[in-house]
Design a protein around this ligand. Structure first.
Ligand code: SER
Length: 873
């Protein structure tokens, strides 16, 4: 079977057991502060397990895209080095929500593997949970007894909490699990060592393929276990591993999932897979990471400098580095593999095909910019080595520097060691490891739980949002929890119903009051609407509270949200229907809208867009908002958001059916007239092919016009004593006058420089065979100092000249060195100037024969010159 048939067989099998087959959820997690990416099939069902959402299908089957690159489940460093780990993988799952349990899960797993996939029984082992004293849990006898019906008892292995108790993260749904392992070694090997002794021992050919988890508990922040309202089944089978087994391969990279991409890498690099370990690892890394990056971009997560975006950027950089180091690929190439991937996976995951050109563009741009970074890194490491050479006793590169090279420039440690070794240097690896460990702990802390457990006051599993129709409601607190942290106490509250809009779809959360308690913001967490407060809570929490939304903030935000829809539609009208929303922020002060478009938007087009939006505002159109089935909304041509997950019922917001119809849960104005006025204040680039518009409406627009235009124009009128209309012509004449004056000053400076040059040449001293001079001069022009330096260098041999001066009120140092000294004495003006610049609190650089530095502390100039003198002598 090829991989598509294997996937389909799984889904068909469970469909025949009355499971509803559903598509994979997005890889990018939006409403769960404990996770960045989907790392297990069960993430999207967390609410169902916890009892926070109602169950629609008690049995489900799917294949879920998972990414294990951060937090509790992180395989990144193993990927490529071995032959069966992946960053992105598919997890085939069958699910029971309060329906069947251990008996059926085990029976069907066996039936599928043996009866359908025809895996020989004597290759399989299973594990069951042995129990845990710490958690006061018993041996899982029930699973053991079910397994004993199908497999000989000597193939059932007891496993500890580490291997046989599955947990999603530090907190959350969990339960004992039973794993199925397979031995794919050849006959000879199998005879030599009993497979049973290799289960869970990291052997690359005796591996886990399927994990059946019996969800029964919720791990609380205080580490204890709480029983879930019902018992569930969560199974996860590694799709790539299953394909490896069924296709008779020893590595998942040899299956038809990875081979097309690996073959393309062979072509690009003119190297063969399977010949040399170093090359093989690089090809595995690249073929794996290509998938992780492409799927993430398709699901809306672009590489960036923070959070989840940064994780993606680092994965891509890891792939580029391996290509650079092991395959000698020194130009962007990963983007060219995207079509091979979309051909292979596009059918099962249509989002890949849909976003193909975006994925290519983003990867190509990232690659190009990273190659630049690599070059800068090489310059940086050379600079470090050159500077150290001035002090020949110390031939060690600090771990901190090696870490900077790793973290900022993407240099793996072995590359730094290699370059250092060529220059006779060593790297402090222990210190490097220390820096690395500190960074890991920082990143783990970033996703660590920082709240206590919920304290439940009232049972309820659905929270009603009443804020579309009202900004005030009588409510009760159903649960609350304390946010950990020093000093002032912060709380989070969940209400039985709430008028507060929780941050989502780019719109900020509401603030307001719960009686006297101030609510600072509102956010969604899984299926809950969580209200944040920094206030003390009253003694009686069970009473009825009056919840009141800050209506001014809400109205201003609604103006901006409705204006965002108008802007979206106007953009498509003016620029074309390739414009798609890529992100947005809607708050009280302004709106920000990111969209796909491949060039800067001209001023003329921006004014056109503004005009369309304002005309719709002046028309005072009534907005139509209604809930309908997703299919019906699609028929209306409603625009859906890229990477967003929608239920079967959706809310549709329409501003004239032929102008703007969008799926949207946000809060909006009643009539467009309320928006008042719309003005774009900025248009910029965010990433390759993505532009950003920032705009203001209503009071925000008024304030903006006031600050940016009215106040400055009043000031200009005052300064120039002219009407505003005459100011531009006047400014032009001033600019002309100024440039003539500048020319005159330059001439005078040149005259002055001649005199200074004569003075300087008389002060030259011979030190260690060098004609040396270090002087502070009065010359207020960097250009003149440069000319003077070059002229003296032409006249005087063996010259090292260090000049200090104040240019436009700031200290400046310039160093010039005769070429023969650069060669023979290994002197480097760039290195020296950086060292001297410390005295003037500044920095600089340049070439080996000429370099300059600027700074902030003129007082330090004399000290810098002294330092130069003692260095030369
Ligand atoms: N949740 C389990 C896992 O991720 C089984 O799906 O391994």
């Amino acid at each position: 079977m090829n991989s598509s048939q294997i996937r389909q067989t799984f889904l068909d099998f469970f469909q025949s057991k009355q499971h509803q087959v559903i598509p994979s959820a997005s890889l990018v997690i939006k409403n769960d502060p404990t996770l960045m990416f989907t790392n297990a099939g069960m993430n999207q069902f967390k609410d169902l397990f916890l009892g926070n959402a109602s169950i629609k299908y008690p049995r489900i089957a799917d294949t879920q895209k998972c990414l294990r690159v951060s937090g509790k489940h992180n395989d990144l460093e193993e990927v490529g080095v071995d032959t069966y780990h992946h960053t992105l993988f598919e997890m085939l799952g069958n699910w029971s929500f309060g329906d069947y349990f251990k008996k059926e899960a085990i029976e069907w797993a066996w039936e599928l593997l043996i009866g359908v996939y025809k895996i020989p029984q004597d290759r399989l082992y299973v594990t069951v949970f042995e129990g845990s004293k710490e958690d006061q849990l018993d041996f899982d006898e029930e699973s053991y007894n079910h397994w004993a019906k199908y497999i000989s008892k000597d193939r059932i292995i007891n496993g500890s909490k580490k291997d046989n108790f599955w947990e999603m993260g530090d907190t959350g749904p969990c339960g004992p699990c039973s794993e199925i392992h397979i031995d794919i070694r050849d006959e000879v090997e199998r005879k030599k060592t009993d497979g049973k002794s290799l289960v869970n021992k990291g052997h690359p050919q005796v591996i886990e393929i399927w994990n059946l988890v019996f969800m029964e508990f919720n791990r609380l922040a205080n580490t204890s276990l709480q029983k879930l309202p019902a018992k569930h089944v969560d199974t996860g089978m590694g799709f790539e591993r299953l394909c490896m087994v069924l296709q008779g391969k020893k590595s998942s990279y040899d299956t038809d999932i990875f081979q097309p991409v690996i073959q393309s890498i062979e072509k690009i690099s003119a190297k063969k897979y399977g010949k040399e370990e170093k090359t093989d690892i690089a090809m595995r890394v690249i073929s794996d990471h290509l998938r992780a990056i492409s799927f993430s971009i398709a699901d809306g997560q672009l590489p960036s400098n923070t959070g989840a975006g940064y994780v993606i950027r680092r994965i891509l950089r890891r792939a580029i580095r391996y290509g650079y180091q092991s395959l000698a690929l020194k130009e962007p190439f990963i983007f060219s593999l995207v079509p091979v991937l979309t051909d292979q996976m596009g059918k099962a995951f249509p989002e890949l095909t849909k976003q193909k050109s975006l994925i290519e563009k983003v990867i190509k741009e990232e690659e190009a910019s990273f190659f630049k970074t690599l070059e800068t890194g090489i310059q940086r490491i050379n600079a470090i080595i050159n500077f150290k050479k001035l002090d020949s006793a110390n031939k060690i590169i600090a771990g901190e520097h090696a870490f900077e090279l790793y973290d900022t420039y993407g240099f793996p440690l072995d590359l730094t060691i290699l370059i250092a070794r060529e220059e006779g240097f060593r790297v402090d690896v222990d210190e490097f490891n220390k820096c690395m460990a500190e960074q890991k702990s920082r990143s783990r802390k970033a996703t660590a739980v920082d709240t206590d457990d919920w304290i439940e006051l009232k049972k309820t599993n659905a929270v009603e949002f009443v804020g579309y129709d009202t900004l005030e409601a009588k409510v009760q607190i159903v649960k609350y929890r304390k946010v950990k942290g020093k000093g002032k106490e912060h709380y989070q509250l969940v209400l039985d119903k709430t008028p507060f809009y929780a941050e989502s779809g780019g719109q900020v959360g509401d603030s307001g009051w719960l009686d006297q308690i101030e609510i600072v913001t509102t956010k969604k967490e899984n299926n809950l609407i969580v209200h944040y407060t920094d206030d003390e809570l009253p003694a009686d929490l069970t009473k009825i509270f009056n919840a009141k939304v800050d209506h001014q903030k809400r109205e201003l935000t609604a103006n901006n949200h409705s204006a965002t829809h108008l802007l979206h539609a106007a953009l498509r009208k003016v620029l074309g229907t390739h414009v798609e929303q890529r992100g947005s922020l809607v708050c009280a002060d302004y709106l920000r809208f990111d969209f796909s478009h491949f060039a800067a938007v001209t001023n003329q087009k921006l004014r056109e867009i503004e005009k369309i939006v304002n005309e719709k505002i002046w028309k005072n159109i009534k907005l139509d908002k209604r809930v309908m089935p997703l299919l019906e909304a699609k028929k209306l041509g409603a625009m859906a958001l890229f990477g967003e997950k929608y239920g079967d019922e959706v809310r549709v917001v329409t501003i004239e059916p032929e102008f703007s119809v969008e799926l949207c849960g946000g809060t909006h104005v009643e009539y467009t007239g309320e928006i008042g006025f719309f003005i774009i204040n900025e248009e910029t680039a965010v990433a390759s092919g993505i532009r950003r518009i920032e705009a203001r409406t209503a009071k925000g627009a008024f304030d903006y016009i006031h600050e940016q235009f009215i106040v400055p124009s009043e000031e200009l009128k005052g300064i120039f004593k002219k009407t505003l209309k005459d100011v531009p012509a006047h400014v032009i004449s001033l600019i002309e006058e100024n440039s003539q004056l500048k020319k005159k000053v330059e001439l005078l400076n040149k005259e002055k420089a001649k005199q200074i040059k004569i003075d300087l040449s008389q002060k030259i001293k011979s030190v260690n065979g060098i004609n040396f001079i270090a002087e502070k001069i009065e010359l207020d022009s960097a250009e003149a100092i440069k000319d003077l330096s070059f002229e003296l260098r032409n006249q005087v041999q063996n010259l090292v000249m260090v000049i200090g001066a104040e240019v436009k009120g700031k200290p400046m140092i310039s160093i010039i060195i005769s070429d023969n000294l650069v060669r023979e004495k290994n002197l480097n003006a760039g290195t020296i100037v950086r060292e001297l610049a410390k005295e003037i609190q500044g920095g600089g650089g340049g070439q080996a024969f000429y370099a300059t530095a600027g700074g902030n502390d003129s007082q330090g100039l004399l000290k810098a010159l002294e330092k130069a003198k003692s260095f030369i002598s």
